[in-house]
Design a protein around this ligand. Structure first.
Ligand SMILES: [Zn+2]
Length: 201
């Protein structure tokens, strides 16, 4: 019989997304075979993440600085205060950051509008975005970078209706044929979007 401690580890690992029972077991045995320092380091890293990482109270990105301070995206004086890119989640923010093309600020919604799953505007960080726009805000343009799916589009539309009347420029990431893509194999919706969003050369 497998020791209870191993069963507990397997059960915890199997809760991770994309990890089934078998993979969880393989990972557990890998940890067991590795030097004890590895397991202790892993445990310490896990604990540190939950204890130290919190959300920035301005853009709601991840942040591990002292309480009451903002994240590096918000505090970096070289970034452009006039531009704010609104993303669904942290992974999207990091993807945009990897392009090195965007030098404005971010705002992380932590989800998208999804009436079927009971996610309304109050469940997202939309109120907090409006707070950032109050008073002498330097923000001139909001780039809505939600995903091009039903929920992402609905969220973009909602934000546009909310933000445009305030006098802000609201833009959306362009959609179309991916780099290295092939027109022949592009689906109709993608091709139609690409045509609609064509630009002058
Ligand atoms: Zn921030």
């Amino acid at each position: 019989m497998t020791p209870d401690a191993i069963n507990r580890l397997v059960a915890q690992l199997a809760k991770l997304p994309g990890i089934g029972e078998k993979t969880a077991q393989r990972l557990a045995f890998y940890v067991l075979r590795s030097p004890p320092e590895y397991a202790r380091g892993l445990a310490a890293a896990l604990t540190e993440v939950v204890d130290k990482v919190k959300l920035c109270n301005q853009c709601f990105s991840l942040h591990d600085g002292p309480e009451g301070t903002v994240c590096s995206f918000c505090s970096d004086s070289r970034r452009d205060d006039r531009l704010v890119c609104v993303v669904e989640g942290i992974a999207d923010e990091l993807a945009i950051e990897r392009t090195r093309e965007f030098k404005g600020r971010y705002h992380v919604l932590h989800g998208v509008l999804s009436p079927l799953e009971g996610v309304g505007p109050d469940q997202l960080r939309i109120k907090e975005l409006l707070v950032r726009l109050q008073g002498e805000s330097p923000i001139e343009e909001i780039i809505v970078a939600t995903n091009p799916d039903v929920e992402g589009e609905a969220t973009a539309l909602y934000l546009t209706r909310l933000l445009k009347p305030i006098g802000l420029k609201v833009s959306r990431l362009a959609q179309g044929i991916p780099m290295g893509g092939d027109l022949e194999f592009a689906d109709q919706a993608t091709l139609a979007r690409a045509l609609a969003a064509r630009r002058d050369l």
